[in-house]
Design a protein. Sequence first.
Length: 320
Amino acid sequence: MRLAVRITTAALGTALAVGLASCSVQQAPAPVDGRDYVDAAKRKVAIPKHPTRVVTLAEGALDSALALGVVPIGSTAGRGQMGIPGYLVAAEGQNRIPVVASTRAPNLGQILKLKPDLIIVDDTTGARHSLDDLGKIAPTIVVAKYTGGWEQYFAAMADVLARPDQARTVRDQVDRQIVDTKALVAQSSSDASPTASVIRWSTEGPTIVGGNSLSSWVLDRVGMKRPAAQEKINSANRAGQKISMENLDMIDADYIFFGVLGGTDQARQDLQVAQTKPGFAALRASREGHVYPVDGTPWTSGTGPLGVQAVLDDITAAFK
């Protein structure tokens, strides 16, 4: 069983002192067979032409790496989860990926032991604040920005990992799945453009995920639209708009995708509780049986082609 990575400031300091003190260099040596790469933070970093020991300290980087056929030697825990994001476990295969970071901070000592040749960070996890320390272990890049969208992010990952052919194959697969799902939505819905609400549920109630999220990108391409008020909600850096239980009508739509970071099973359990609330039971989508429990990670904070495919799978299941 993989344990959650819980890193306090003290533990982080200890890891740095113990792990890096024995390192005789101030910065990781440049790869012998390398190339200069200008990352999303405008930093020029010498990286391997063909990295083989990659650590991904962001969920989007892990998603994209696995889609490209690269299994990282270490990664971050999923938000609200014990190990890597649940929807990526199947792609992980038999080689379980060690968790060497939380979304708040990396464990520098554990990463040092892995002897990576490349460390990949983005702007959504606490690792972005440890670039100098990570750079003492291995070349470290900020691959892309969450708000740039998954397509730009994935293209950057394909460039960094030198996998252009694999990237084209993945994009073709995604495009075909979008076409198939769009046809199913059009065939199964009486509305030309049914509305879809995307929410992340917690003990505090629902958070509406806004129109600039990965799931909204997918919904738009399969012929579904967000309620007008939700399109204006800012989901930059995985944020959204929290809604009080007294204002549950704001989450209503033709279809509600009910996400929980703990995974689909947890979403099913939480949905059963939510449906006992008078306000929730009164929603049109609830009355018509159009509320679907989903894994909240790809739906509410995803950045990668495997996340896109997971969302498409859930839409397909909802319309079958």
